[in-house]
Ligand binder design. Structure first.
Ligand code: SF4
Length: 421
């Protein structure tokens, strides 16, 4: 690779690193026609940089020139930063070279907006067309759709890539207008809707014609920036729940605000990226997707923001003592799933194992239940029913919070609680 290409690569990989909506899970594109690569169901190996950003794919921008001026973005037009751009052929060649050297297993491609959303989208499509049709590349490709791009281009791109994402960035339109005056929610939701619609049609088409090409088989994702604007967790999670109502939406990513343009007075002054809040939002997101929680149970008018000191499932359990104790030998799978310390896998194992024998605490431990958490909320064969009192709820919160405030008194607390039960 020559010096010029290395410089471009450095600039454009650096510019792409703030986009985190690039998980590769769920693709099942196999190798075909003696082509190169494949994207397995288990997904492409991920790796993360020291600051937690995903770098598993060749994560790169086609260009970091941009005619928009979004306040939160390092690549905004008004920033004086090194700029570069690949030609579509250069980027396709680079991807293949890296793949052959076993550096990468797929491509995550995004771009600054040059001339118009359609022009930019066409150039990105050209990259993946070369990869798929000329080089026979069957590896995983995730493309960022450009807000405002036409439906035709979205359709074209969707038939070539595994996943597409359109980043919402700012949860409310009002705040988006302040920080990214060139964008609006309509230009973001329209391609999202188009992807969803095409996926549904594609499913029907494939029922009739098994050989019909797949349209974004790994679905779509989006990214929301956390902490750049004043939306509450309630607003963010309500938006998330709405997005997940569309089956095509596989992941919503929460990106803690990184102050790359601290000179901009529209942005908040923050010292650190809000990592804990980001983490709690991911946990809440998990509850919505896999634990049958309703968004109002996690955040509501009374609790508009997540408790940063404990995870959302524990916070919910503490707020709802009337729901407990759960009898692991009798209660339903859905109820068991709500116990802090019991995950989806453990809940399924509990339901299976109790068909054969009464479960004890030891059995729960062997199943993989985190008893340090679950012991406050369950009853099993060797324990009588108990009542979770408000006073004990506060003890539980303090002893299980991160970091635990009462670690040294843990045994005493458990002892007290057992007695209260
Ligand atoms: S359109 Fe994208 S690349 Fe351009 S300034 Fe906005 S966020 Fe950055």
């Amino acid at each position: 690779m020559n010096e010029k290409m290395i410089t471009k690569l450095e600039i454009l990989a650096e510019s792409a690193k703030y986009d985190i909506s690039c998980s590769s899970s769920g693709a099942s594109r196999g190798n075909k026609d003696k082509g190169i690569g494949s994207a397995h169901k288990s997904g492409i190996c991920h790796t993360f940089t020291a600051d937690g950003r995903c770098v598993s794919l060749l994560k790169i921008m086609l260009t970091n020139y941009c005619m928009f001026d979004c306040a939160y973005c390092i690549n905004r037009q008004s920033n004086d930063i090194p700029r570069a751009g690949f030609t579509p052929l250069e980027l396709a060649d680079l991807t293949i070279e890296f793949y052959r050297r076993n550096y990468i297993e797929g491509l995550f491609i995004s771009s600054g907006i040059v001339r118009s959303p359609d022009h930019t989208m066409e150039r990105m499509i050209r990259v993946v067309t070369i990869l798929r049709n000329e080089y026979g590349f069957n590896g995983y490709i995730h493309m960022k759709a450009i807000p405002g791009a036409s439906n035709e281009l979205i359709n074209q791109a969707g038939l070539l890539v595994d996943r597409m994402s359109v980043n919402l960035e700012i949860p409310t339109e009002e705040n988006l207008k302040i920080l990214a005056p060139d964008k609006d929610h309509q230009s973001i939701y329209q391609p999202m809707r188009q992807i969803h619609q095409n996926m549904l049609e594609n499913i029907e088409d494939r029922k009739k014609f098994r050989t019909a090409p797949k349209f974004v088989p790994a679905g779509q994702s989006t990214q929301v920036i956390i902490g750049a604007t004043d939306e509450s967790d309630k607003q963010i999670l309500q938006l998330t729940a709405k997005l997940y109502k569309r089956p095509s939406m596989k992941r919503v990513y929460y990106s803690g605000f990184i102050p790359v343009n601290s000179y901009d007075k529209r942005l908040p002054v923050v010292q650190d990226v809000p990592r804990v809040r980001e983490n709690r939002l991911y946990q809440a997101d998990w509850l919505l997707r896999f634990y049958d929680f309703n968004v109002d149970e996690i955040v509501n008018d009374q609790y508009p923001d997540l408790d940063l000191s404990v995870d959302p499932k524990l916070a919910w359990a503490i707020r709802n003592p009337q729901f407990f104790p759960i009898d692991v030998n009798r209660d339903s799978y859905q109820k068991i799933l709500r116990v802090p310390g019991i995950g989806v896998k453990s809940a399924k194992l509990i339901v299976m194992a109790r068909r054969h024998r009464k479960l004890t605490f030891d059995a729960l431990k062997r199943i993989g239940v985190v008893l340090k958490r679950a012991k406050f909320f369950v009853v099993c064969h060797e324990m009588r029913k108990f009542k979770l009192l408000d006073s004990s709820a506060e003890y539980i919160r303090l002893s299980l919070q991160d970091p635990p405030l009462l670690e040294d008194k843990q045994d005493n607390i458990s002892q007290q609680l057992v007695m209260e039960w």
